[in-house]
Design a protein around this ligand. Structure first.
Ligand code: NOJ
Length: 748
């Protein structure tokens, strides 16, 4: 149902769609029905003979990866005019963080903790993609991941179920708009259902083993949030989940998605993930793969054609019923009606804003500004003061690379639209600043310097060094995982050499994942972690460098000290032997031939301890914030109750800034062990210098529900701790209790 229409109109609209779907379905042959369930890979060169034939026969439901408006118009024309029933096509595309105007990678967007800006970003992406006729994007990717080795972490919204759910829902609202049938709205797709982000070893496509309770409490909530925000489609995942590949997983697709969550939208497979069921060792051949996928409930097959080849015989054999196929086809047709494709099948670029226009660039800049996280700022090295500097050395392979700053998944972005850091600093400072530029390394992976003497000379002759290092786009994204997540190539060596100049050194990191920064952290004065910021990287970073704007990003993912700590995340379980500063010992401090003992031992690594380098939720500003007067309206609440939590946030610095006020809870004793902290709410507030603001949260008991041992979602009486502050290590705390005789089961 369209959530943005008043209930009566929404009901009427959905009844009308239902009637139209039924009427159309009744006219369809089996071949036409099975044809609707196929999605083909398109070509920019034009319509292939096979596709033309399939379209004329009404036997193709969708194409993906075409952005030529002429080809799209021709495909739609054939579908509408030359086929018997004239059913328009879904035109799919990976519009992941912008179409032409590129926004920060999703992990960077998540660091903004700003749902409004993220919604606007997705809106811009939809408006631009719609100009050529794309009507369906394969985003948002809301796979929880706690492994920075995994290349697709760049496309994720981080480690936390609540943050990921809130931001994923914002993306859905942005792509789909208030009315999915309006010009400029495109269907979103919640992917990849489910468990893809838990790939073993951070290796893409790898097996995921996730206990059901963990699956329900951690990995599935963002998908439920997307569903609640009205997402039009779901995509299945490539991975094997607990022995059953997600693209043939009845438990996920039937029991959870359709039965427990009552999802009525459409489900598409991932690219050839149905034929891959055989590769997994789950099915013996394509026919069995088609059976398992259809039986589990995948409505549309992406690229491979097991459905078109085998569904008919599976129906004749009685293994798949016609009723099942009808339901799947209805899901597809319903989406086409919801999108208004029967009324407006062709792109209407004249009714849409120009690509990469000023407003779109400003929206991308805003999000880039808020996505950057200030990780370190010793002696207030930042912001740089133009009046106090006559020259800077701008060093590194990412200082002036219009393409690499865009990040992964930018099929349609154009490097020519980018502003680099070098261009932006020159535009900002003009003649008042000498910029000594030196690339130092050909790429971030280079192991040899271009001319280290020249690099050192540039540094020596400047008042300060701004280093632009990190990872090029190609080092993250699909199938681009890394086992070593340190700064690649000779970049660490470069930092160590430059540190010898004793000049103030500012490090800008552009990367698709958290990198292990411990080897260099003490050698630089400040770190701006910029992810891949997109088209407007240069001007956003220049504004931050020179203090036009204060950084306000907060980490959506924990930064490990060393890769061996992975998985490391804030919402861990306590264990029976939780570590503390007192219980930790470093291996170098253990005496030779020390006797074995387990006394006083706890859960940590002998070489890395137990803390991350930077915790989830962390991020500095050029001003500073303190928290006072944490107050709960009551220290008890009923099982259906709510309490009001207030806290004063004070900007105690000398300049304005934004702070993300975070609220965490812990359920102290529960039917299943609960994380040591869970993010429950957040608010981003803007405070001028010296300003104090009371921030108010309404905390409902229902927000404390979780899945228990029997996989019931319950609210349980008991004592909770609560924290508020500017990161997951916030220590301003209080306690409250949910009162009741027994736990109550609540709907998902
Ligand atoms: C495979 C990826 O896993 C998926 O996320 C993407 O949408 C499809 N390819 C289509 O390109």
């Amino acid at each position: 149902m369209n959530k943005n229409l008043p209930p009566a109109s929404a009901q009427l609209a959905s009844q009308m769609t239902k009637d139209r779907v039924e009427i159309l379905l009744a006219k369809m042959t089996l071949a036409e029905k099975i044809g609707q369930m196929a999605q083909a890979h398109g070509s920019e060169d034009g319509v292939s003979d096979d596709q033309r034939r399939a379209l004329e026969l009404g036997q193709l439901g969708s194409v993906l990866n075409i952005v030529s408006i002429d080809v799209i118009c021709e495909l739609q024309r054939i579908a509408l005019e030359d086929s018997r029933l004239g059913i328009p096509l879904l035109i799919g595309r990976d519009v992941i963080h912008g179409y032409k105007t590129i926004f920060p990678i999703p992990l960077g967007q998540a660091a903004s903790w700003n749902p409004e800006l993220i919604e606007q970003g997705a809106r811009v992406a939809a408006l631009e993609a719609a100009t050529v006729g794309v009507n369906w994007t394969f985003a948002p990717m809301i796979d929880i991941t706690r492994d920075p080795r995994w290349g697709r972490i760049a496309e994720s919204l981080g480690e936390d179920p609540y943050l990921c759910g809130e931001l994923g829902a914002a993306m859905v609202r942005g792509f789909q708009g208030k009315d999915l049938s309006a010009i400029g709205s495109i269907a979103a797709c919640a992917k990849h259902f489910a468990g893809y982000g838990a790939a073993e070893g951070g290796v893409d496509y790898n097996t995921a083993i996730i206990a059901e309770n963990e699956l329900r409490n951690v990995y599935l909530p963002p998908f439920k949030a997307a569903l609640d925000s009205g997402v039009a489609s779901f995509m299945t995942a490539f991975n094997d989940l607990n022995g059953v590949p997600a693209s043939g997983n009845e438990f996920l697709l039937k029991q959870i998605l359709r039965e427990e969550w009552c999802y009525q939208g459409m489900v598409v497979s991932d690219w050839e993930s149905i034929v891959q069921l055989t590769e997994h060792g789950f099915t013996a051949n394509d026919k069995e793969a088609a059976f398992e996928a259809a039986n589990a409930g995948i409505d549309m097959e992406m690229v491979s054609n097991t459905y078109s080849q085998h569904l008919e015989s599976l129906i004749i054999e009685g293994r798949i019923s016609l009723a099942q196929v009808d339901e799947m086809v209805k899901n597809i047709l319903r989406l086409k009606f919801r999108l208004g494709l029967f009324e407006n099948p062709y792109p209407q670029p004249d009714k849409l804003p120009a690509l990469v226009n000023h407003d779109h660039r400003q929206a991308a800049k805003k999000l880039a500004l808020e996505s950057v996280v200030l990780l370190k700022n010793s002696h207030q090295s930042l912001p740089l003061r133009l009046s106090a500097l006559s020259s800077i050395a701008l060093i590194g392979p990412l200082a002036d690379d219009a393409y690499e700053q865009l990040g992964t998944w930018i099929f349609d972005g154009d490097a020519d639209d980018s502003e680099t850091v070098l261009q932006a600093i020159n535009a900002f400072a003009g003649d008042s600043l000498t910029v000594n530029v030196d690339r130092a390394l050909e790429t971030t992976r280079s192991n040899t310097f271009i001319d280290i003497d020249r690099t050192m000379a540039a540094a020596q002759s400047s008042d300060a060094i701004v280093l632009c290092l990190g990872e090029e786009s190609i080092l993250s994204g699909e199938a681009h995982s890394r086992a070593d997540i340190s700064l690649p190539g000779a970049q660490e060596q470069l930092i160590h050499l430059l540190a010898k100049t004793a000049k103030p050194m500012i490090l800008i990191v552009m990367a698709g994942r958290p990198l292990t920064l411990e080897p260099i952290i003490d050698h630089v004065d400040a770190i701006l972690y910029a992810w891949h910021p997109g088209t407007m990287a240069g001007t956003a970073l220049t504004d931050l460098l020179f203090g036009e704007v204060s950084p306000s990003g907060k980490l959506p993912i924990t930064f490990p000290r060393m890769v061996g700590q992975v998985p490391i995340y804030y919402g861990k379980k306590n264990t029976g032997k939780p570590p503390s500063a007192e219980s930790v010992v470093h291996m170098n401090d253990i005496a030779p031939r020390a006797a074995q003992t387990s006394l006083g031992m706890s859960a940590f690594h002998l070489d890395a301890g137990f803390t991350p380098l930077f915790p989830f939720g962390f991020g500095l500003s050029y001003t500073s914030f303190t928290y006072e007067n944490l107050h709960l309206s009551s220290s008890t609440m009923n099982i259906d109750g709510v309490i009001t939590v207030t806290v004063d946030v004070i900007n105690c610095g000398e300049r304005e800034g934004q702070e993300v006020v975070q609220l965490y809870t812990r359920d102290l004793a529960a039917n299943v062990t609960r994380p040591v902290k869970e993010l429950k709410q957040f608010q981003k507030v803007h405070l001028s210098a010296g300003e104090r603001q009371q921030v108010k949260f309404l905390l409902k008991a229902s927000a404390l529900a979780f899945y228990d041992r029997k996989m019931n979602r319950i609210i349980e009486p008991g004592v909770f701790h609560l924290w508020t502050g500017g990161s997951s290590t916030a220590d301003l705390n209080a306690s409250f209790e949910i009162i009741g005789d027994k736990a109550v089961t609540v709907a998902p």
